[in-house]
Design a protein. Structure first.
Length: 147
């Protein structure tokens, strides 16, 4: 019986050894697959890092150009508004210079000088009149839209 138990146990140990060997082969195969995947992942990570670095450099260049363009636009608009402010100031100064004598004359004599000119040269005030009626009155017919 001892021989039988030894043979039985020996068979069981061989079967267990075969199972362990199968598990080792399967585990080794799995680790090789994992290693292959990790290597592929490392290559993809390096490629992605290179792409990100190139994109980062491009973004810096674009940001610099946008900043420069914004600064140029801001400076141009500032110069334009300064010019416009001077133009408005000059226009109002000229208008004030021209209106001062007219207003003084009106204050002194109590009449609008424009009314006096209209009276002298026969022009009537045209506010509130229909422009078509004015043309009919002057020319006696409808205005021709083709002319």
């Amino acid at each position: 019986m001892d021989q039988e138990i030894i043979a039985y146990l020996d068979g069981r140990f061989r079967e267990t050894a075969r199972q362990i060997e199968g598990f080792r082969k399967e585990t080794s195969r799995r680790f090789e697959q994992i290693d292959w995947r990790l290597k592929r992942l490392e290559v993809e990570i390096r490629m992605t890092q290179g792409g990100v670095e190139r994109i980062g450099a491009d973004v810096r260049v674009v940001a610099t150009e946008v900043h420069e363009s914004h600064r140029n636009l801001r400076d141009g608009l500032f110069r334009y508004f300064c010019w416009l402010q001077k133009l408005i100031h000059l226009s109002y100064s000229d208008l004030h210079r021209r209106m001062r004598p007219i207003e003084a004359w009106k204050e002194r004599y109590g009449r609008d000088p424009i009314e006096l000119l209209r009276e002298k040269y026969g022009k009537k005030e045209q506010t509130g009149q229909d422009p078509v009626a004015l043309v009919r009155e002057k020319f006696g017919k409808k205005p021709d839209p083709s002319t």
